[in-house]
Design a protein around this ligand. Structure first.
Ligand SMILES: Cc1ncc(COP(=O)(O)O)c(C=O)c1O
Length: 474
């Protein structure tokens, strides 16, 4: 029998960087693994192969001894050298399963490096007290000590958790200890912790309809079922949730200013939701992203302030009251769940930068936070009125701006089923910004409207000029 020669064995390369014995060894190993050389096949003698490929016999001897030591080949004396009879050729690797497609909100959610007029989710970027922040930042940098350079606690700096707990008590009526507060890098991060800690794939969760699309995307990504529950003038219709999915494990709600309609969850509905959660051992996630910004009367206390049975997880953020580039938010969990979340944070949370957390704790403790919120409440009330007036002056016949008690954007209703989608897309293409209300809903008869932030519109004149650009796109 002619001894087998793996294809390509004769083409060793001086320039590959690998010694020649190694190249011979790799070729044989590869040929065996691919099945080109099969168990029991004879391979050339040392002398013949050395002659064939023009290398010293010692080179082939070293390669063969390595292959023999690793069990690939066996020397059989007079019978020559063969591929080990008991070797299994490696099955070709099964193609890796395609990763699950990523769930993400559709529509106008692209990131814009420079904010566009009416861009949603932004506070007044021109009104943030940058000088105060810079002064505090410089102070923190100057006073850095070696221990400050070590790993911070993954659940957040004690100073910031303490300052947050104190603020929540005064401003939102929430009684909690710093051990119940977890600092995160934003709402998405908060939701990831909550979903990992308390739920499993397949669980159903009520979400508001219309409602914040990233919440639905988060649930889909976690393999959970978002059950749309309609919203009326009093907020989420709890009875409709019970009728649609009584065994839901949780409800995610925005009680202060329903996102996106900006109305508040009424007291009877708050009570009904808490009763359902208690009866069904379900959880309520309260997304209180901008509860501070109410322009008629005082801000309403958080739903969490009524939670006697420890069913509410409270998600707050510093993105709206300060600025989203900060990437700091927080989660308040019931006391009985604190240890579980602490372990989960140690496992999953990257931890927020200690320096930024320290600056923020000082900003709160020294009174700048409270003063900033007061100023912003007045400023937003003015900017909202100015924006509504400017838009109505030009577009009044086509858009109906709803009066609303709070929030950071306007809801401008328009006629025509899903007519909002094309207009919002045209606005974004033309350097303006709006979200199509109908995209925030699963309902087939979802109403059309534009969601437009007013926080960075400084006057009615500016709003009018922008409205004229919108008119041209209609
Ligand atoms: C409904 C809602 N929840 C939460 C957030 C907060 O997100 P983050 O903390 O990631 O900035 C926003 C921001 O726009 C929001 O609109």
């Amino acid at each position: 029998m002619i001894p087998a020669r793996p294809e390509g064995l004769l083409t060793l390369s001086d320039s590959s960087g690998d010694p020649l014995y190694r190249q011979v060894y790799e070729r044989f190993r590869g040929a065996i693994a691919e099945g080109t050389l099969k168990p029991g096949d004879r391979i050339p003698s040392v002398r013949a192969l050395a002659k064939d490929i023009g290398v010293a016999r010692g080179t082939i001897e070293v390669a063969y001894s390595l292959l023999a030591a690793e069990g690939y080949i066996q020397a059989r004396g007079q019978a020559g050298t063969i591929v080990a009879p008991n070797l299994q050729p490696q099955a070709p690797a099964a193609p890796a399963a395609a990763p699950k497609p990523l769930a993400r909100p559709q529509g106008e959610w692209t990131h814009h490096p420079t904010p566009l007029p009416f861009q949603m989710g932004l506070p007044a970027l021109d009104a943030f007290p940058r000088k105060i922040w810079a002064r505090l930042g410089a102070r923190h940098l100057r006073s850095l000590q070696p221990p400050d350079l070590a790993y911070p606690e993954s659940r957040g700096l004690l100073a910031l958790r303490t300052a947050t707990a104190a603020y929540l008590q005064v401003a939102r009526g929430i009684q909690c200890a710093p051990s119940q507060v977890f600092i995160t890098s934003g709402y998405n991060n908060t939701m990831q912790l909550v979903l990992q800690a308390l739920f499993k794939p397949g669980d159903s969760v009520w979400v508001e309809d219309p409602g914040y699309p990233p919440t639905r995307a988060q649930l889909a990504q976690a393999g959970m079922q978002a059950v749309p529950v309609p919203v009326d003038g009093e907020g989420m219709v709890v009875e409709a949730g019970i009728a649609a999915e009584p065994r839901a494990r949780a409800a995610v709600v925005t009680p202060a200013h329903q996102s996106p309609l900006c109305l508040s969850l009424s007291l009877p509905r708050r009570q009904a939701l808490l009763d359902w959660a208690e009866r069904s051992n379900a959880w309520i996630v309260e997304d209180d992203y901008d509860g501070e910004y109410r322009y008629v009367g005082r801000p309403l206390p958080a739903l969490k302030s009524l939670d006697r049975q420890g069913r509410v997880l409270y998600a707050g953020t510093f993105s709206k009251v300060l600025f989203p580039g900060l990437r700091l938010a927080y989660l308040v969990v019931p006391q009985e769940q604190a240890a579980r979340f602490e372990r989960l944070c140690a496992l999953l949370a990257g931890g927020a930068p200690a320096l930024t957390q320290g600056i923020l704790a000082s900003f709160i403790n020294e009174g700048h936070f409270g003063r900033h919120i007061q100023r912003m409440r007045r400023l937003y009330s003015d900017r909202r009125d100015a924006t509504a007036a400017g838009l109505s002056a030009v577009l009044g016949a086509r858009l109906r701006i709803e009066p609303q008690p709070g929030g950071m954007h306007l809801v401008a209703r328009m006629e025509g089923r899903q007519a909002d989608r094309a207009l919002a897309a045209r606005m974004v293409e033309n350097g303006l910004y709006a979200h199509a209300l109908s995209r925030w809903s699963e309902a087939p008869d979802a109403q059309s409207g534009l969601l437009m932030s007013f926080t960075n519109i400084v006057s009615a004149e500016q709003a009018e000029q922008l409205a004229r650009r919108i008119l041209q796109l209609m």
